[in-house]
Design a protein around this ligand. Structure first.
Ligand code: SAM
Ligand code: SF4
Length: 318
């Protein structure tokens, strides 16, 4: 980030604190629901395969930028495998657009085109989250989040061979400082948190890990853990010992009692149907939200120093 971009941040903070306006700083855009995995905890509805067109995404990015957003995260499905056609108007799901994963003919746009587009519009950074099931070393994103859901339990949640594939593919990425892990804690992998922390700590290919808790999908709570406080205390303990944990202390503490007042409007979400939401699209489970970013956004609103530094250091990395 350059000086002008850095200066935007205090200006944004001043505006949201003193004008009372809810101006987004970050955008999460779901560009496809297509994916080669079918993870046990997944919240993505994959019944009607669809990818947004490049021009639709462009429109949403310009809209979000004009709202004030300066950081974008491309989400899926498996966003890294995005193959988008051109054109502004959507057809019926999966029918009129030639954007089906792996079946595109003619000109199509990739995730790298989207990251380049975002930067050309003026976004300060573009990030992508991936299941790392394939060689993603070609990504030109400013930061890549790799999902890791355990050591042994990674395969139980994500499918046979997934952990070996992840290990092989993170090793191929040319800039380890730009790769972070993301773990979603649930009933299946709760006993592997420490093993994952050791793995990340020793890995030269991952610069840190952020933790989330499983959010119910279609009312299904069987994967929810019922002793968050004890788990968070363990994570905080590791953080104090210098383990590479990206969540701030304050953000983690917020997740202990997730009915805290949310400031999730700091992120705007664009869903696959083209709708734009201030904060999460689905607010059904706000009171039990397990997403690390909900705690971090609250901590950012509180002007928590650790949260600000952690956010900036991820995004300023070269
Ligand atoms: C929807 S996935 C899309 C990116 C990519 N396919 C992946 O798995 O990394 C983005 C992140 O959301 C997490 N996630 C999926 N379902 C979730 C749920 N029900 N609660 C919390 N996080 C979830 C995934 O584990 C992943 O880290
Ligand atoms: S890889 Fe990501 S999008 Fe695909 S099923 Fe798993 S969590 Fe869902």
């Amino acid at each position: 980030m350059n000086i002008k971009q850095l200066l935007y941040l205090p200006l944004w903070y001043f505006k949201i604190r003193f004008s009372g306006k809810q101006i987004p700083l970050q955008t999460v855009i779901f560009i496809t629901n297509e994916c080669n995995y079918n993870c046990k905890h997944c919240c993505v509805d994959k019944t009607k395969p669809y990818s947004m067109t490049y021009d639709e995404i462009k429109e949403h990015l310009i809209y979000s930028y004009n709202q004030g957003s300066r950081f974008v995260d491309f989400e899926g499905g498996e966003g890294g495998k995005y193959k988008g056609g051109r054109g502004k108007y959507r057809g019926k799901y999966g029918k009129e657009l030639d954007t089906k994963l792996g079946e595109v003919t003619g000109e199509y746009k990739t995730i790298n085109d989207l990251c380049t587009l975002a930067k050309s519009i003026g976004f300060y950074s573009a990030t992508v989250t991936t299941n790392a099931s394939y060689d993603f070393s070609y990504f030109n994103a400013d930061h890549v989040f790799v999902s890791i859901d355990g050591i042994k339990t990674h395969d139980i949640i994500r499918g046979k061979g997934a952990f070996e594939a992840l290990k092989a593919n993170i090793a191929k990425f040319p800039a380890p400082r730009k790769v972070s892990a993301n773990m979603v804690i649930n009933q299946i992998n709760r006993d592997e948190i420490e093993a994952v922390l050791e793995f990340v700590q020793k890995s030269p290919y991952i610069n840190g890990i952020s933790f989330n808790f499983y959010n119910p999908v279609n009312g299904e709570t069987a994967l929810c853990v019922n002793d968050r406080e004890a788990i968070i205390k363990t994570i905080l303990n590791y953080k104090k010992r210098g383990y590479k944990i990206l969540n701030s202390e304050r953000g983690l503490k917020y997740l202990i009692s997730p009915d805290f007042k949310k400031d999730c409007w700091i992120t705007n979400f664009i869903t696959l149907d083209g709708k734009c939401y201030s904060g999460c699209p689905d607010k059904t489970y706000c009171n039990i939200c397990g997403l690390g970013m909900s705690g971090e956004m609250r901590a950012l609103y509180d002007f928590n120093f650790q949260t600000i530094l952690s956010g900036l250091s991820l995004r300023c990395r070269k």
